[in-house]
Design a protein around this ligand. Sequence first.
Ligand code: ELE
Length: 308
Amino acid sequence: MYCESVKNSTLASKRWNSVLPHRIVPVITPFRANRPDVQKLLHHSQSLLNDGMDYLFLAGTTGLGVSLSPDEKISLLNGLREFAPKLLLQVGTLNLEESMKLAEQAKNSKLHAIVSYPPYFYPRISDEWVVKYFVTLSKIYPLIVYNYPLATGYDISPAIIKKVLQNGGNVIGIKDTLPDLAHMLTFKYELGNDFIVYSGPDTIVTSAVRSGIDGCVAGSANYVPELLVKATDLQAKLSESIAAQKTIASLAMLARKYGQWAANYYLVKAIRGYDVGEPRAPIYPLGQAEEEKLAAEAREIYPLVKAK
Ligand code: ELE
């Protein structure tokens, strides 16, 4: 039953022909004067696809998706229409009707798949409600569950996914953002090899793909996609992949030091040499001095960083 739903899904049927692992970038949403700048998004997205990314994940955590209105999310989709088969959209919100509309929009736009957090913020919600939520959304369009317990307060287990599938839901995979490879592998072991598992943390991409995880969704791909490709290249020498992984981890740690959700924007500018606007409050832009210090520190870690 579950295998059938996986095989019938858009993502899975493409997956049979596409080369694993998948490199997915949770794209930054560029803002200008507090509004999404779709032109900058388009330029950044094209550039990331050119540099080896297989899919673009819109309105995720790095994309500051939870602070976007439904219309703004749709404006991102419309701006990137030409890449529809390569797009994933985060549709999870605290308003189910709104999430369902986004899922419908994803379906109409023929996106690759939708992605969703569980209902977040409310402590102690029952598994039954989480199951209902995912069943509802995945009946509209094939769904990848986004597990990020640090942010949502809720850890998704293989048992929850099984219940969604038993209730007619079409969950085709999970994006697991926990620095815990064993947790990711449990989904593979319990749901079978056809169930897609993507690794979320930037710091373990090489270990993840070398262990049979299907791909990575890495925020650092916004500024070093070439390193994500190297770190996840199963044909590369392991020592080369590990070296790329170490640099990614150092840059991701540097981003955390400055506040990663804002720092990501400035790392794109410092490393890739073009402007992706700025974040939106409550994620605040870095000041000029901080931006320069971040760029200098990034240059120490990754000498290819473009001098301004
Ligand atoms: C990762 C986050 C998590 C990527 C998104 C993503 O941004 O939507 O620092 O490991 O918690 O889940 O970047 O970052 P860390 O999917």
